[in-house]
Design a protein around this ligand. Structure first.
Ligand SMILES: Cc1ncc(COP(=O)(O)O)c(C=O)c1O
Length: 390
């Protein structure tokens, strides 16, 4: 039997990390000690009390049933309280908060819930690949919005043509940003909300790195803008903030009609997060303080500085990120991000993510992750320095 992919699946390439993982596996089979600095996942564990809460909840017989579709009241109110404490944002836990099985499914499903064929979806370039993949599956027209170094990797809103704005249904933003490490200010978000109102565009702000920040920087939520809930939703996640990537706990917050549409889509596709995980996630939101987060972030900042020092020795340009888990480095002349990542992997066993994975604006960049144990970061940088400096 011949299996033919649907037209909708043919519109999306295989997920870039699946392809890179195959290359890494082949090298490891040859005995190479590969250091994966391409993956954006925390390497450290979640707080001990959160793990204890999970284990204890899992011991209870009634915690193993289907979890329902809307998230437990405990988890929803923990998210709402967290947004009140952390950002001063008031949300109705019942109608303006929806737990997700990791934020990635929410990014995908919201697009399927709201976008029709030929609608325009504005995606940052470079940007997290799911925004455009979801739009392509929906048959929408993806319009990349360039994020240039000259503009601090923020979109130039004034440069968007009126024709595009008129047709646009969704605008994706993500700050602190993957892959560039850029951050956005509240006045910038105010301009975005103003634009969205003027052109009737829903803003989807993907914000999983709001608590992965450095040097005293505190990232805002777009929901802090007055009236943002009229035209915006924000996605957040415990994957990076609490080192819980494998747990799959995310959330959509904001406009209640959008939340209802997302729930309608999701409840036809999946069923809620395992109840003990929802309980432990609520414990994480309520009990893990900013001091734990600050200590963890200090470790990332130390790794960031080790990597930046090596890049400087190589003559590579990179901004010092105030947030996110990444360094976005311009590759040396004569290389593309792909060819540089290939050469580094072959000659040193260190794996960087080629910037092209995030869009054509990433062609001359690589993304280097901070989610690698510090001694392995040191080892990787020693290998790179020995190979590429004379
Ligand atoms: C910008 C961005 N959005 C969303 C996600 C997905 O996060 P989650 O683990 O909550 O699905 C990631 C993960 O790397 C990310 O970098």
């Amino acid at each position: 039997m011949t299996i033919t992919l649907s037209e909708r699946l043919q519109r999306v390439p295989p997920y870039p990390f699946v392809v890179l993982a195959q290359k890494v596996r082949a090298l490891r089979e040859q005995g190479v000690d590969v250091i994966r600095m391409d993956i954006g996942a925390p390497d450290m564990p979640p707080p001990g009390n959160v793990i204890e809460a999970l284990v204890e909840a899992a011991r209870q017989p009634h915690m193993h049933t289907y979890a329902g579709y809307r998230g437990t009241p405990e988890l929803k109110s923990a998210f709402a309280d967290y947004y009140r404490r952390r950002f001063g944002v008031t949300l109705d836990a019942e109608t303006e908060v929806l737990p997700l099985i990791g934020s990635k499914e929410g990014l995908f499903h919201i697009t399927q819930a709201l976008v029709d064929p030929d609608d325009v979806v504005l995606v940052p370039d470079p940007g997290y690949p799911t925004y455009s993949a979801a739009a392509r599956v929906a048959g929408a027209r993806v319009v990349p919005v360039p994020l240039g170094a000259e503009n601090g990797f923020l979109p130039d809103l004034e440069a968007l043509p009126e024709e595009t704005l008129r047709k646009a249904k969704l605008l994706w933003l993500n700050y602190p940003n993957n892959p560039t490490g850029a951050v956005a200010s509240l006045p910038f978000f105010e301009k975005v909300i103003d634009l969205a109102r003027r052109w009737d565009i829903l803003v989807c702000h993907d914000a999983p790195y709001t608590d992965v920040t450095y040097d005293g920087y505190v990232a805002p939520s777009i929901l802090q803008v007055e009236g943002a809930k009229d035209v915006a939703v924000e996605f957040n996640s415990l994957s990076k903030s609490h080192n819980m990537a494998g747990w799959r706990v995310g959330v959509a917050l904001g406009n209640r009609e959008v939340i209802a549409a997302l729930l309608r889509m999701k409840s036809n596709v999946d069923t809620g997060i395992f109840l003990p995980i929802q309980h432990a996630a609520a414990v994480a939101l309520r009990e893990v303080g900013q001091d734990w987060i600050a200590e963890r972030n200090a470790i990332y900042a130390q790794r960031r500085d080790i990597i930046l020092a090596t890049l400087a020795d190589l003559g590579m340009r990179a901004q010092r990120p105030k947030g996110s888990l990444y360094i976005w480095a311009r590759v040396p002349d004569g290389y593309t991000g792909d060819s540089f990542a290939d050469v580094v992997l072959e000659r040193t066993g260190v794996s960087f993510a080629p910037g092209s994975m995030y869009g054509s604006e990433g062609t001359h960049y690589v993304r280097i992750s901070l989610g690698v144990p510090t001694e392995r970061v040191e080892e990787a940088m020693a290998r790179v320095r020995a190979t590429f400096t004379t």
